[in-house]
Design a binder for this molecule. Structure first.
Ligand code: KIV
Length: 265
């Protein structure tokens, strides 16, 4: 099967085909979801919580993401591989971001790097893109800012912050970002952002109007010991194998059956 690229995802958006994405952190899970037909695999810094048991993503290091990305890359024959730039691996400025992104691509086999933040990150996104690094921007609830946000809570609820997220999304696209992750924002705002951009949006807790959906592996398999967010769904519940759960997720997203209104804000 043909490899998925950022161009494929853009064409899928134009054609109205939903994009499917899951997080993975090792070879075996990556290989199963790749075989199941997932469009993109994300080596999220969520690995700090679901793999390492930390309370947040902040302790994750660049070396750890590079290591997990390298493992995932070996199982990833078709899907687009997106790897997270962890906390403090890019915030110091464009040069630091370039060096970190370069490591994730050279050592980790990533095709795209993801970074969190709006307007203050525009210059960094432009700097990376001009140097040949595809970027996925991440807006809304940005977990690396959990202490500044005062917890893991929905963003863009009031008019001013909703306008800011829309403006940041447009600025990210203008700076050259290829994909936008929207996390924990009202479904109506995610719909407005998705309609305003030519690049695809991938939502997590952002409702059904995004161009694609991503879930954290441990949440969608129901194997994370701490409470899962209300926007997630346990796809293992009605399946008898992990591969079948991946296929059920892909089918539900492609058919527009996930997320429902109850799984959205
Ligand atoms: O860290 C992560 O896994 C993520 C996705 C859930 C969007 O950022």
């Amino acid at each position: 099967m043909k490899a998925v690229t950022i161009t494929t995802l853009k064409k899928m958006k134009q054609a109205g085909e939903k994009i499917t994405c899951l997080t993975a952190y090792d070879y075996s899970f990556a290989s199963l979801m790749d075989n199941a037909g997932i469009d993109a695999i994300m080596v999220g810094d969520s690995l700090g919580m679901v793999m390492q048991g930390h309370e947040s993503t902040l302790p994750v290091t660049l070396g750890e993401v590079a290591y997990h990305s390298r493992c995932v890359a070996r199982g990833c024959t078709r899907a687009l591989l997106i790897a997270d730039l962890p906390f403090m691996s890019y915030q110091a400025g464009p040069q630091q971001a370039l060096e970190s992104a370069g490591r994730l691509m050279k050592e980790g086999g990533a095709h795209v790097v993801k970074l969190e933040g709006g307007a203050p990150m525009v210059e960094t996104v432009r700097f990376l893109v001009e140097r040949g690094i595809p970027v996925c921007a991440h807006l809304g609830l940005t977990p690396q800012s959990v202490h500044q946000l005062g917890g893991y809570r929905i963003q863009g609820r009031d008019e001013a912050s909703a306008r800011q997220i829309l403006a940041d999304a447009k600025a990210m696209e203008h700076a050259g970002a290829s994909i936008l992750v929207l996390e924990a924002v009202p479904a109506s705002l995610a719909g407005e952002v998705s309609a305003a951009l030519a690049i695809p949006t991938i939502g997590i807790g952002a409702g059904p109007l995004c161009d694609g959906q991503v879930l954290v592996l441990q949440d969608m398999l129901g194997i994370y010991p701490r409470p899962s967010p209300k926007f997630s769904r346990n796809f293992m519940r009605e399946q008898d194998s992990i591969e079948a759960a991946f296929k059920a997720f892909i089918a539900a997203v492609k058919a527009g059956e996930f997320p429902t209104a109850e799984e959205s804000f």
